[in-house]
Design a protein around this ligand. Sequence first.
Ligand code: CTP
Length: 411
Amino acid sequence: MTSEPKRILLIIGGGVAAYKSLELARELARRGIQSRGVLTRAGGEFVTPLSVASLTGDKCYTELFDLTDEAEMGHIELSRSADLVVVAPATADLLAKAANGHANDLASTALMATDKQVLYAPAMNVRMWTNPATQRNIDLLKRDGAMFAGPVEGDMACGEYGPGRMAEPLEIADAVEAYFAKNAAGPLTNKRILVTAGPTHESLDPVRYIANRSSGKQGYAIAAALRNLGADVVLVTGPTNIPMPKGVGIVRVETAREMMEASEGSLPVDCAVCCAAVADYRPAIESEHKIKKERGGLTSIPVEENPDILKTISQMKDGRPRLVVGFAAETDDVVTYAEVKRKRKGCDWIVANDVSPGENCAMGGESNTVFLITDDGDEAWPEMPKDEVARHLASRIADALRGPSLVKAAE
Ligand code: CTP
């Protein structure tokens, strides 16, 4: 992100999900993005102007013809004062007004008058969402260049189930961040970076597989942080159940061999960050049919070694990335084992973390305590949330990759 803080105009429509927009404002503030709120009359039935003002740290605007507001900031200026307009929750009514150019209150007038990109986070009952009129309005808005986050499928406040739930604040914040990253030059602009993330699944038979506890969170956070610095990121990911980061190239794989193939297919890159918890072994035989207990079943599983992606990329003779970063998940003697691993694999840096089971276990958890091991020695980083580890690492990668991209020069 650039040093100038980004600003959004947050239009809050009248839906139960309005309370989530308060969380969105807080999450954006945490990411250094300021919000200014516009609350529709219906939105005011769900959250108050005071709570919007408290969480945005700015005045909350509600009326089109409010003389005090107009004296402070006219509605045209308000609609252009932000770098991006976010409508959350975007109700069926707000979408219809925006698609058809109505301007009969402050929110719809701001949407008509803005010269900025608009991101809608729709939220409504499933029948209203699937109604052809809503779908027509969505099509019209998309044709006009609007962006969308969600809706997602789930239980609704009205008791029904289906698509129409507003995307979670974290997901909307990711979309906002991705939009700003795509449009801002950063220290990694023109640099191509491969990130591997998540576990791999190694199939035993059509219903069973061998896997590990990796959630993919740390790798996804690294992909997003690199993207935020302007990098062109390819994320090769094993199966996960967390949202994919926006604005990065995604290649989904299941097995280590597929991950290897996809990673090699993404080369050349300036930097490779191998964060995936790749299964070291796969079952030697993958049964086409479900293995049955009465036929002897599974008393032992013969295995074969999987290809080592980090080692292969680190030891490439031609076109090796300038910087190769590995991870070492250890339960004992973290730094000692990680240092040996760095030498054995031939990567430039190793990010080592302790994955001993416990309350704050990094595997699957929200935070991480890591050591960065480089030619210059070992650095212990304090425990921090995974997205902060990712930001620190991305900024170190940006420092290390200063200068023109060799990938672009080679092309
Ligand atoms: N890695 C990889 N391909 C593999 C195995 C591991 O790319 N087949 C990468 C991981 O993404 C990570 C690093 O190697 O960056 C270390 O992974 P880890 O599982 O800790 O190391 P192993 O080589 O498997 O060593 P061990 O299991 O003995 O600790």
